[in-house]
Design a protein. Sequence first.
Length: 133
Amino acid sequence: MVLDINLFVAAFWNRGSASARIINACLRGELIPIYTDEVLRGLSAILRNIKAPVSYRETIIDPLFSRGIRAEARPAPVKSEDPEDQIFLDCAVGGEADYLITSDKHLLRLRQVNETVILTPSQYIRRETDRFG
């Protein structure tokens, strides 16, 4: 699964959010994030912008991505209305992800790219009720 940067921001501000639940599942090894170098660079920049402490990176970000799959981006057959979102579509295609989890309206409007279903964190949790109870 590809995790949009907005999940990390939401989880940082609200540890009980659907985004935080998904990130915690990744940390427990129940879900495997797929990422590209470009996604990691974008995440690092956003974490600096929101002034997330180094401990957040050390306890959440680094362990999560150490369990993930680094993919090579491949051009998605569709384009997002927001060019900054394209990295997530290209990551999903390159990593052959089952899901792209995001709160971004431009990506959500697409609903799917190739075999990757695009859902909000809450939609994903409802879909995977067995995993999240």
